[in-house]
Design a protein around this ligand. Structure first.
Ligand code: ADP
Ligand code: MG
Length: 868
């Protein structure tokens, strides 16, 4: 029992120099100088005989006072001090102590918890903040109402003069009944020996108070050692187990770390995957946006294209309708074409007929002309001029039968001489009347006959007037050309005419070119070409295309005639002025070409030279004039006599006119006369010459035909004339109808052409439109295909993205689940292990306690044994 208490006290004591004793305060105890004794919770007492003085409780801080009347067992010399105590959370501060070494005694007693149990009140005590008592359990140590003293606790008071005593609760409330402070003697304060034991396992230094060592040394050291050994072994085992547990824990934590790392990696992976998924989703969004935009655009384009196609279709249908119409109209057209062809055929026939008719007409016309006479003589008498009238001249010409071509000359006396000509013009007849009869002969030149028209007569009788005329009153020359142009224009569809003119003058048997601009360098001579035609090489042939050209040319010739002469009239009366119209004809239907000439001659005056007795140059002139006029008369006589030799070459005049005198040629002579009685001689002479000329064609036999026969012939002629007229009329009608048909045919041709062109144009348009439509349809289909392709790629992309997302999710889920599972497993393992180790450690603790208990028992046993 003693042993157990000792070991308990040892375990409570910290300061090896202090002691715990189990009885009350005794007088003999205070060998050292007692500084004060505080009766904690109690009253102060006066110093008694034994010299102990108790102070009242004054130095406390906190806590409560507790008093008891219970008797204190083994209470020492002053048991009453144990009947009061301070309890709770408190400390004591004792001031004003001289510095130095002190000893502190503390008096405890359990007076409150009288029914126990152990461990109800456990507390530590500190003096000067050094633990002096550890886990003090008064009840466990001494039981109730029994004093327990802690004595000889060293306390060093420094310059502040304070001793601080602190009570610290571990369980329940600390309690104290008395505090005694004593001054320590020098010997009572030995240096504190303190030993340290090093732990074999954890190398920690465990302080062992020297008192304990002393106790340990003194009491059954061997047993302790054995126990210690045992315990050490057990401890070793436990340590080992602990170490193993620690290593497994470390491993576990490593694994946990690893798992954590893996988890981190997976998290990172999932994060990156999420990022890529987001990116892809973004991409997909942009792609789908673009796709939407493209789709919109394409849809718009398709709509516009469809509209265009619609338009084109409608256009095409319109065009095809038109084309159908055209095609439908083609049979009609064909009919028309057929009709036109028929018409053309008819036309051709008519043309042939017309050509035939024309030739016939020509022939007939020629026959008529011939019937009229190839040589015709028209007599024209000028009016009396002012001079004649003023000089009292009288008219000797009788025009009573002028209509029948007869005129009479009242010769000297009362004798009257009659003359008959093809036509007789009175002074009243104007230029128009004169040309009206000449025009039919003029036309012969366009039919390819040579024609010669000349004016013969005394000077001043109007030759030049008849041929040239004046500007206001134009003559035969101008009118002839005008008429030729008009007729050639009328015939322009069947004939083309090329007309040119030359103007010559024959004076003194010399030819002069009146249209030559420069001086006559060479003498002009008459030549005969290979065709037998006579011409004057080097003569100007002025081409005339219209009537205005003609007038310029004629004026030029007329002006040229006047040059080199003082007296124009005189000169002109002694020279022959010859206008030659050359006509080249081309028959446009058969390509036949002809060349013909029309001579218009203003002869020199025919007056007799004898009348004017002249000599020298004048005589030569007169002789030349006589010769040429005589030659003309001779040629005509020879032609009339059908002589084998016609003396054309006797004069330049007849030589030049050779082609136009005789044969098929037509000759018209205007015999100009003066009405004056003054000129009656010359008039008779001219009329006789003309009569001779006119008589040329008449057959000598026919000449002698009696008047009855003549009448018959006349009637026949009239009949022929009327027939001719009717034929001409019918011809004209035919020509008109032909022209009408031709124009109609042309119109139809034109319509046909236009229609064909239109058809071609429409066909071209249709082709173009069709090709355009095809193209646009192609484009549409291409676009549709592209759209489809894009849609497909988009779909596949979306599908892929979905797949990826799904995969990522799955992976994430599985991995997270795996990791969660692993973590859980690990945590579980860890927990298990921890629990295991805890249970083990508790088990070990229990064992240790058991062992300690056993040890104590054994100690007690050994003590009891020792006591015995
Ligand atoms: P020729 O040429 O024969 O010498 P002209 O022609 O010079 O004669 O005529 C002489 C004149 O007589 C001119 O003044 C002309 O105007 C005039 N004369 C001639 N014939 C006629 C006629 N039929 N009517 C009016 N005047 C005329
Ligand atoms: Mg004249």
């Amino acid at each position: 029992m003693e042993d157990a208490n000792d070991s308990l006290f040892d375990s409570m004591l910290v300061d090896s120099s202090s002691k715990l004793i189990q009885n009350g305060f005794a007088r003999s105890q205070s060998s050292e100088e007692c500084v004060m004794f505080v009766n904690v919770g109690g009253e102060a007492t006066n110093e008694g005989a034994d010299g102990v003085k108790f102070l009242s409780d004054t130095f406390f801080d906190g806590g409560d006072v507790f008093l008891t009347n219970e008797a204190i067992v083994e209470g020492g010399d002053y048991p009453s001090i144990y009947q009061s105590a301070r309890v709770g959370s408190f400390s004591y501060r004792i001031d004003n102590l001289p510095p130095g070494q002190y000893l502190v005694d503390l008096h405890f007693v359990e007076i409150i918890n009288v029914n126990g149990p152990k461990g109800m009140r456990v507390f530590n005590v500190y003096i000067q903040e050094e633990k002096v008592l550890s886990e003090l359990d008064i009840y466990a140590a001494v039981g109730v109402n029994k004093p327990l003293q802690l004595i000889d606790c060293r306390a060093t008071v420094k310059d502040d003069g304070v001793i601080l005593i602190r009570f610290e609760s571990l369980n329940g409330r600390p309690i104290v009944s008395g505090i005694c402070i004593r001054r320590a003697s020098k010997e009572s304060v030995p240096p504190v020996p303190s030993d340290f034991i090093e732990c074999n396992y954890c190398a920690a230094q465990i302080e062992i108070p020297s008192s304990q060592i002393k106790v340990m040394q003194t009491k059954s050291t061997a047993k302790y050692e054995n126990k210690i050994k045992e315990l050490t072994m057990q401890c070793e085992l436990k340590a080992k187990e602990c170490y193993e547990a620690w290593t497994s824990l470390t491993e576990m934590s490593r694994e946990v770390e690893k798992v954590q790392m893996e988890l981190d990696q997976v998290t990172f992976k999932s994060f990156t995957t999420e990022l890529t998924a987001e990116k892809q989703a973004e991409n997909l969004r942009s792609i789908s946006n673009r796709y939407e935009l493209d789709k919109k655009k394409w849809a718009e384009a398709i709509i516009s294209l469809q509209e265009k196609v619609q338009l084109m279709k409608s256009e095409q249908s319109r065009l095809s309708f038109k084309a159908h119409e055209c095609v439908d109209s083609i049979p009609e057209l064909n009919k028309m074409v057929y009709a036109v062809q028929e018409l053309v055929k008819q036309c051709e026939d008519l043309k042939v007929k017309y050509y035939e008719e024309m030739t016939q007409r020509k022939k007939l016309f020629n026959e008529v002309q011939e019937a009229k006479g190839n040589i015709r003589v028209f007599c024209r008498c000028r009016p009396l001029n002012k001079v004649e009238m003023s000089s009292g001249c009288t008219t000797v010409v009788d025009f009573d039968a002028a209509k029948d071509g007869c005129l009479g000359i009242l010769a000297t006396g009362s004798s009257k001489k009659s003359f008959r000509f093809d036509r007789v013009y009175t002074p009243k007849d104007d230029q128009v009347d004169v040309f009206a009869d000449a025009s039919s002969m003029v036309i012969s030149v366009l039919d390819g006959y040579n024609v010669c028209i000349f004016a013969y007569g005394q000077t001043g009788t109007g030759k030049t007037f008849t041929m040239e005329g004046t500007e206001q009153n134009r003559g035969v020359n101008y009118r002839t050309l005008e008429h030729l142009f008009r007729v050639s224009k009328e015939r322009s569809e069947t004939f083309s005419y090329d007309i040119s003119v030359s103007v010559l003058e024959v004076y003194n048997e010399q030819i002069r070119d009146l249209l030559a601009t420069g001086p006559a360098s060479k003498r002009l001579e008459i030549k005969q070409n290979y065709e037998g035609h006579h011409h004057v090489p080097g003569v100007v042939e002025a081409k005339v295309d219209n009537i205005s050209d003609v007038w310029t040319v004629l004026q030029a010739g007329s002006n040229a005639r006047a040059i080199g002469s003082n007296n124009v009239n005189e000169h002109s009366s002694r020279s022959h002025c010859m206008l030659c119209i050359m006509v080249k004809t081309k028959n446009l239907m058969n390509g036949e070409c002809t060349k013909s000439k029309l001579w218009l001659v203003d002869l020199s005056g025919s007056e007799r030279l004898a009348k004017t007795d002249v000599q020298g140059e004048r005589l030569k002139e007169a002789q030349n004039i006589n010769r040429s006029l005589s030659a003309l008369g001779d040629v005509i006589s020879a032609l009339a006599a059908k002589s084998s030799h016609i003396p054309y070459r006797n004069s330049k005049l007849t030589h030049l006119l050779q082609d136009s005198l005789g044969g098929d040629s037509k000759t018209l002579m205007f015999v100009q006369i003066s009405p004056s009685d003054q000129d009656v001689g010359e008039t008779l002479s001219s009329l006789n010459f003309a009569t001779r000329v006119r008589g040329v064609e008449l057959d000598p036999v026919k000449k002698q035909i009696d008047t009855g026969e003549l009448q018959k012939t006349k009637a026949m002629l009239d009949k022929a004339r009327s027939e001719c007229r009717s034929k001409e009329e019918s011809l004209r009608k035919l020509e008109e109808s032909l022209q009408n048909i031709e124009s109609k045919a042309k119109g139809k041709d034109n319509i046909h052409k236009n229609l064909q062109e239109k058809i071609k144009e429409l066909e071209g348009q249709i082709k173009l439109k069709t090709s355009m439509q095809n193209q646009s349809e192609k484009q549409v289909s291409q676009l549709c295909e592209r759209l489809k392709g894009k849609e497909e790629t988009c779909c596949t992309l979306q599908h892929k993205v979905k797949e990826l997302e799904r995969k990522i999710k799955e992976q994430l889920q599985t991995e997270t689940a795996n990791f969660q599972q692993k973590v859980w497993d690990l945590e579980k393992k860890l927990k298990d292990q921890l629990q295991g180790s805890e249970s083990e450690s508790s088990f070990l603790k229990d064992k240790i306690k058991e062992l300690e208990r056993k040890l104590k028992e054994q100690e007690q046993n050994s003590e009891s044994l020792l006591k015995q």
